[in-house]
Design a protein around this ligand. Structure first.
Ligand code: ATP
Ligand code: MG
Ligand code: MG
Ligand code: MG
Length: 562
């Protein structure tokens, strides 16, 4: 590709609103441009890099038995109504109407569409298991789009969905995807960890996230330095001592658990549906403001502050206000420091309050004159504290360390949530109708590109790993007005292309300094510079990563490069 007419505009200055390196560098090196907040265009270099990552994903998905499909970005809202997610998904779901006033959504994910596709066209166990995937554009109206394509409102995702006839089958499909993800992110040269995750709004139980380690990551990972234990802090163990009340008016029993527990274990204590993690917690601080933290996405979108026990109204507060009340930092059940001695009530009681049920002196059914210790099944956690760095690892080996991570992939065992809601059934060997068992598996393709830049750059620019670099080589003719240089440059451009190298050829009439700076900024793995020694048939080869430079006679160039 000739750079003279290539749309690869480079910028010398760091764009003001780009906070992190990958965002700055992708803008400066001419990979992306912002079209609207959280909405980006990919320029040719960006598009090529995306394709490289997509190809790695395709190869590994196909190898794992995936079949590629392409589903629409626009989905009828009824489908989401049928699955029960239209309300649940919240303001992240972009909604639109057609000219007839029919409701549609822009696909934030595709469980509904794929499930109805398979429902309509797969009837027999003989067709199963099946794994379908696509690489396609997703829309999520993120509350805080930021960091360039790392968290955008329109982005490219690879999403795969598996359909099985048994739990063991699902386990196998899940493991195949898990392994494919290990391969994909390794091939992208990412330093990552697979961590236990929280199933959140999508439902289901078993789930792992693939986290690229990076200090700008928005998730905190707790991991053991001497074992495989790794979890998103959202579900990372907490340590606690608590006082548990027995039945409604029962005696308070002090239970001391020095053990580490996971939040899901805690939810069991709190009598929350076993498959769910805690949806809401009431924090009663100094017997007054009651905070309902609604567990959903990683960021708290809203916190319901309720001056509960004598009013049934629910007011909304910002996370900041809530944090101030709690004297903690914003963020959900993350690494926040709760004040000592808080009372926590889980889902059921919260629901009772929010629903405004009053009356009989029955457990969980008071609004007026409610005394938490008397009328609710209250669990009081004294010194509720999340696991800290340096704590012993829950598996007994090593100590806990924290790291920040960028979620690039996520695998879920969905079970029958969507197949049940949308009627995806099949006939088994005995002709009996059974519900398909599903899994879903996502990779943020555009986010992965940004994560690669985040981990592969230096002070001069991007340092692309060979596997995903938009081109293999940057051929730079230092002075195109010099006849020897120009001729050799042209000759090499053609021969290197014939040798199946992907070549970006800097044939621009720019100064050497500009060309070298741009070359480092764009960050192709190898630079071949044609300069003063062109007349002697000698070029200079530079390895972007190490800075190593050697002079090579043109005759030896191909051998040097391979
Ligand atoms: P996050 O926690 O970062 O909001 P998510 O858990 O909501 O991500 P999933 O629903 O698991 O995302 O989607 C699968 C993958 O899509 C994620 O692992 C991530 O790599 C990517 N992804 C999700 N949201 C975005 C976004 N706004 N911009 C770019 N990529 C995204
Ligand atoms: Mg999200
Ligand atoms: Mg997430
Ligand atoms: Mg996720």
């Amino acid at each position: 590709m000739r750079q003279r007419t290539y749309l690869s505009p480079t910028l010398r200055d760091v764009p003001a609103d780009a906070e992190i390196k990958s965002h700055q560098l992708m803008l400066r090196a001419g990979f992306i441009r912002q079209t609207a907040s959280g909405i980006y265009s990919y320029l040719p270099l960006g598009r090529k890099t995306l394709r490289k990552v997509e190809e790695i994903i395709r190869e590994e998905m196909n190898e794992a038995g995936g079949q590629e499909v392409l589903m629409p970005a626009i989905q009828p809202a009824e489908l989401w109504e049928e699955s029960g997610r239209l309300g649940d998904y919240g303001p992240e779901l972009m909604r639109l109407k057609d000219r007839h006033g029919r409701d549609f959504v822009l696909g934030a994910t595709h469980e509904e569409v794929i499930t109805t596709l398979v429902r309509d066209d797969v009837q027999s166990y003989k067709k199963l298991p099946m794994n379908l995937y696509q690489i396609q554009t997703k829309y999520r109206d993120e509350r805080r789009p930021r960091f360039g394509v790392l968290r955008s409102r329109e982005f490219i995702m690879k999403d795969a969905y598996s359909f099985d006839t048994s739990q063991e089958g699902l386990d196998r499909s899940y493991d195949a995807m898990y392994n494919a993800y290990q391969n994909i992110f390794s091939r992208c040269q990412l330093d990552f960890r697979a961590v236990e995750a929280d199933s959140g709004a999508i439902g289901g139980t078993d789930t792992h996230e693939f986290m690229v380690l990076s200090e700008i990551g928005e998730d905190t990972i707790a991991y053991s330095d001497q074992s495989n234990f790794a979890a998103n802090i959202e579900i990372a163990p907490i340590q606690m001592t608590y006082i548990k009340s027995n039945e409604p008016l029962g005696e308070l029993e002090v239970v001391d658990t020095p053990n580490v527990r996971t939040i899901s274990e805690v939810s069991e204590f709190l009598d929350v549906n076993a498959n769910q993690t805690i949806k809401s917690l009431l924090f009663i601080v100094d017997e007054q403001p009651v905070l309902v933290l609604v567990r959903g996405d990683h960021e708290v979108n809203e916190i319901k502050v309720k001056n509960a026990f004598n009013k049934a109204t629910v007011e909304l507060a910002t996370p900041e206000q809530a944090a101030e009340l709690l004297n903690c930092e914003t963020g959900f059940i993350g690494p926040i420091n709760l004040p000592k001695s808080v009372t926590v009530i889980a889902d059921k009681a919260v629901e009772a309050i929010v629903n405004g049920i009053c009356g009989a002196n029955e457990r969980d059914k008071h609004v007026k004159n409610v005394n938490p210790d008397r009328d609710f099944n209250v669990l009081r956690y004294e010194d509720l504290r999340f696991i800290q760095e340096g704590d012993p690892s829950p598996c007994g080996k090593g100590i806990i360390k924290f790291a920040m991570g960028i979620e690039v992939g996520h695998v879920f065992k969905l079970g029958t949530k969507y197949s049940e809601a949308l009627g995806a059934t099949y006939l088994d060997e005995k002709g009996k109708t059974q519900t398909m068992i599903m899994g879903c598996y996502g990779i943020g393709v555009s986010r992965t590109v940004a994560a690669i830049v985040e981990q592969h750059h230096d002070e001069n620019g991007i340092v692309w790993p060979t596997s995903v670099a938009p081109f293999d080589l940057h051929l730079v003719t230092i002075n195109v007005k010099d006849q020897d240089q120009n001729e050799l440059g042209e000759k090499l451009y053609n021969s290197l292309k014939q040798q199946r190298f992907e070549v970006l050829y800097d044939d621009r009439p720019e100064r050497a300094g500009v060309k070298f700076k741009d070359s480092d900024l764009i960050g192709l793995p190898i630079r071949v510079a044609v300069g003063k020694k062109a007349s002697e048939g000698i070029v200079e080869v530079k390895v972007r990563k190490t800075g190593e430079m050697i002079e090579v006679p043109v005759a030896d160039l191909q051998a040097t490069l391979t």
